[in-house]
Design a protein. Structure first.
Length: 86
């Protein structure tokens, strides 16, 4: 994630949020920002999403990121149900 963020020129949190905002559906993004600095970094996600959708390098990074983060639903729910707080 850090390498991809470097390629786009942003922080890892802005890349993660920007990747969600760049999806073709209407996403809802929740920020976990606690400090002003974290909020500023999270707000960069809007411009990151534009880069991910509007530049060739951005589109390449977005595809790589989504391919690496993909998880089958069965695997996801198996992992989630094994968490102690469930």
């Amino acid at each position: 994630l850090a390498e991809m963020a470097r390629r786009v020129g942003c922080s890892t949190d802005a890349l993660a949020l920007g990747a969600i905002l760049a999806q073709p559906f209407q996403p809802r993004v929740l920020s976990g920002a606690v400090t002003k600095e974290q909020l500023r970094s999270n707000l960069d996600a809007l411009s990151v999403a534009e880069k991910l959708m509007g530049t060739e390098e951005g589109k390449e990074v977005l595809k790589e990121l989504m391919d690496e983060c993909k998880m089958e639903s069965e695997e996801y729910w198996k992992e989630r149900s094994a968490l102690k707080w469930n």
